[in-house]
Design a protein around this ligand. Structure first.
Ligand code: 4AD
Ligand code: MG
Length: 441
């Protein structure tokens, strides 16, 4: 094929010219002496038009015999067509079949509907479907945008370790690893290490995989997920609430600007995203409890919520459904939160922490807090939580050598993608999800 190689996304730059496209057959329609193959190449889809009279018989036959997902290199002339979804069609002149999928073992995912379990079992192929590919493009955009956001605001990327000697978010949800006869764990969060790098560099962030051995089988839980975590020396709870608000508005705006076509393919209600603007509503845990109890009295909430409990999914859904922007709930009881959180000096029974709940029932997408300042109190908490002091010696050092107030948060990328794409389940937000019952493919 002698015509220049291009991608389907870029065919518009070659209107009226001959190009070569390398991809796969997505679908083939026939109408008398006309073939309408739809090709995909990862960047998009384009419909080809092949009249029997316009091409050599072997080209016509080769296309006519193509099976779904056969790999092909096609040459043809790009023609603008207003009715085409991408704005262009391809008048096919030649085809090279790279590998024809045999009809005795056809591509398992036909264009009919399949059950989710079947699709998950064929995740390695399901990723080729247009909707899944669009979700992954939005995911990539969100990751790039999050990095740009922190890079442009003077945060330094510092990568925490993945193999760790101790817990960050609770000992019951750790994946143990044998580390040369020593017990190690896969990290649950880079936070503790970020606190150390923040003391060295001021404003830092990390973006990496984290692991939770939670036996939760909900649409929000993965056992392996990616988190972006900023940490700010001298930062307060108010500072991180403001930062979380700007990050989320930035991510949504970026996706609307750069991934509009993908969001349309996914079927996202864009109006809901267009409403995401600062300021976000902020309520205390106490106010959340009052709202839940009021909801219970009206019959809108199923169970009576008592002060001191952690908010469950239905509680979060009810609270966030009152707003069309993300809801920030701050100052939870210290007893339901992690050991490292600074108590509110006005109210020592509550922690200086915040959970950000996405609208439309997506639940918590960000969790953050101000970190404990005092060496004495931190040591006390480590003991209270039954954590091994030895493993936290270095972490305690941070409170011995120039302790400062500091704060940060973690945003789960998959939860952010699920919300921005409007997906029912986080399993579609990552190429190969790891869940309680899934380790394959
Ligand atoms: O609220 P979490 O547990 O907070 C921390 O890990 C802090 N150490 C972060 C910090 O302050 N640097 O987790 C943070 C976020 C959650 O809000 C949620 O978006 C996501 O991580 N997350 C999960 N996402 C998918 N599956 C799971 N099992 C998740 N657990 C938490
Ligand atoms: Mg949390």
């Amino acid at each position: 094929m002698s015509s220049p190689i291009t991608t389907i996304r870029d065919v518009g730059k070659h209107d009226g010219q001959s190009v070569t496209i390398r991809g796969w057959l997505y679908n083939l329609r026939e109408s008398g002496k006309l073939l309408f193959p739809i090709f995909r190449d990862g960047s998009g889809q384009i419909q080809g038009v092949v009249p029997k009279s316009a091409v050599p018989p072997q080209v016509f036959d080769a296309i006519k015999n193509l099976t779904q997902e056969s790999s092909v290199i096609v040459e043809g002339k790009v023609r603008a067509d207003k009715r085409a979804p991408g704005g262009y069609e391809l008048d096919v002149a030649n085809v090279e079949v790279v590998q024809r999928v045999s009809e005795s073992d056809p591509y398992p995912i036909s264009l009919k509907e399949h059950g989710v379990e079947f699709l998950m079992e064929h995740r390695h192929l399901w990723l080729r479907s247009p909707r899944q590919a669009s979700v992954l493009r939005v995911r990539a955009e969100i990751i790039k945008a999050a990095r740009d956001f922190f890079d442009d605001r003077g945060f330094v990327l510092t990568d925490p370790p993945i193999l760790t000697p101790s817990a960050c978010e609770g000992t019951s949800t750790l994946f143990p690893v044998d580390y040369f006869d020593e017990q190690a764990y896969l990290t649950q969060s880079g936070q503790l290490y970020l606190e150390a790098t923040a003391m060295a560099l001021g404003k830092v962030y990390s973006f990496g995989p984290t692991f939770r051995a939670e036996k939760s089988k909900t649409r929000r839980h993965l056992t392996e997920f990616w988190m972006v975590e900023p940490e700010i020396a001298y930062g307060t709870l108010d500072d991180v609430m403001e930062l979380a608000e700007s990050l989320l508005t930035f991510l949504v705006k970026r996706c609307l600007e750069r991934r509009h076509a993908d969001l349309v393919i996914i079927g996202r209600d864009l109006e809901k995203l267009q409403k995401i603007e600062a300021p976000f509503p902020r309520i205390t845990y106490d106010e959340a409890v009052a709202a839940l109890q009021e909801g219970f009295a009206k019959g809108a909430v199923e169970n009576k919520f008592e002060w001191g409990g952690d908010l469950g999914s239905p509680d979060e859904t009810y609270l966030s459904s009152q707003y069309d922007r993300p809801l920030m709930i701050h100052r939870y009881p210290a007893t339901v939160k992690a050991f490292y959180m600074e108590p509110d000096p006005q109210r020592p029974d509550v922690a200086l922490c915040v959970d950000v709940l996405a609208p439309e029932g997506y639940g918590e997408i960000i969790g953050g807090s101000q970190r404990m300042f005092s060496h004495e109190l931190l040591l006390q908490r480590i003991h209270d939580h039954g954590l091994p002091e030895e493993a936290f010696k270095w972490y305690l050092d941070l409170r011995k050598y120039g302790s400062v107030p500091h704060s940060g948060f973690g945003m789960g990328i998959e939860r952010a993608v699920a919300w921005i794409c409007g997906l029912e389940h986080v399993r579609e937000t990552i190429p190969f999800p790891r869940m309680l019952n899934r380790l394959y493919p």
